[in-house]
Design a protein around this ligand. Structure first.
Ligand SMILES: [Zn+2]
Length: 306
């Protein structure tokens, strides 16, 4: 029961739903049809923010919490760098606060030095942040990014490859540990390098991956506190950076427990109920979708700006 409560609490705090890095994209231009009544108070905010294709050209500001907020002054991570490539370009989610873009560029370079060839970057935020039409509950304020647990190949990927290539599943079939056929020491080094960056607030990985990190960390374990288990996250890991000083309306997440989160702290994630969740007997009611009223008031100006 305690474990369950703990899990629910984590769910509330983390606000990170499994994002399916491996979901294929599309090479066709799929513009969304206009909304019949965008101004209606009941219109889900994700329908509004999901239709914004350009950022607001204002000073950079992350507004609200990771799972209910928006972003002004977003910049795009260039789709090709010396040590990274952006995946699923059709989603137009390679936007973030400049601090996030700077972090990714920094990590891509450091990763190379620990034997990781380069980053394949998945979803960051939409041009104006906000809730998304698919995949995530967080990633709303331009401070979250998903990084594939697959290293960048030597060559530049084609548009098709970026849409249709799958990331590699890292978790063993019984879900109790990583798959030793695909997991390497460089995976640990990459995640450690990200966690040791002073800008990083939290990293989410599958519990089986956390178990492997705990095993492989050795005596230098301080960085493990930032790396927390979450459902999904078996093809990619999720990095969250701190609220930037230029964003007074950004709401930080409470700091993690100071412990390394290893050993029995992981037991809950390997219980039968978590590993083999039962389908509910009664169909669950549709999830409440955030409306503009659920987001900070300033997000309306971000949405409406030309
Ligand atoms: Zn994510």
């Amino acid at each position: 029961m305690l474990g369950l409560l703990r899990g629910l609490l984590l769910l509330l705090v983390a606000g990170a739903a499994p994002a399916l890095a491996q979901d294929p994209g599309s090479v066709e231009d799929k513009r969304l049809p206009p909304l019949a009544n965008p101004g209606a108070p009941s219109t889900p905010a994700r329908e509004l923010f999901g239709r914004k294709t350009e950022p607001v050209p204002l000073a950079a500001r992350s507004i609200g919490f990771y799972s209910h907020g928006c972003l002004a002054g977003a910049v795009a991570l260039p789709i090709n760098g010396a040590t990274w490539q952006v995946m699923r370009l059709s989603r137009n989610r390679n936007w973030g606060h400049p601090k996030l873009v700077a972090f990714l560029e920094r990590l891509a370079e450091k990763a190379k030095k620990v034997g990781w060839n380069g980053l394949l970057v998945g979803d960051m935020s939409q041009p104006r942040g906000g809730p998304m039409l698919s995949g995530h509950t967080s990633h709303q304020v331009g401070l979250d990014a998903d990084i594939w647990l697959t290293p960048m190949p030597e060559r530049k990927l084609s548009r098709e490859e970026r849409e249709f290539t799958s990331a590699i599943e890292m978790v063993r079939e019984d879900r109790l540990d990583i798959d030793p056929k695909v997991w390497t020491h460089e995976h640990t080094e990459l995640i450690r390098t990200a966690a040791e960056d002073p800008g990083v607030e939290r990293i989410f990985v599958n519990a089986a991956i956390k178990k492997a990190l705990c095993r492989e960390a050795g005596s230098n374990r301080a960085w493990l506190a930032k790396v927390r288990p979450w459902t999904g996250h078996d093809y990619h890991f999720h990095v969250r950076i701190y609220c930037p000083p230029d964003s007074p309306q950004c709401e930080p997440q409470p700091p993690p427990e100071p412990s390394d989160g290893c050993g029995h702290e992981l037991d809950y994630w390997f219980t039968d109920a978590v590993i083999h969740p039962q389908a509910p007997l009664i169909p669950e009611p549709p999830k409440h979708q955030l409306t503009m009223a659920n987001l900070p008031a300033s997000c309306r100006a971000v949405l409406m700006a030309p």
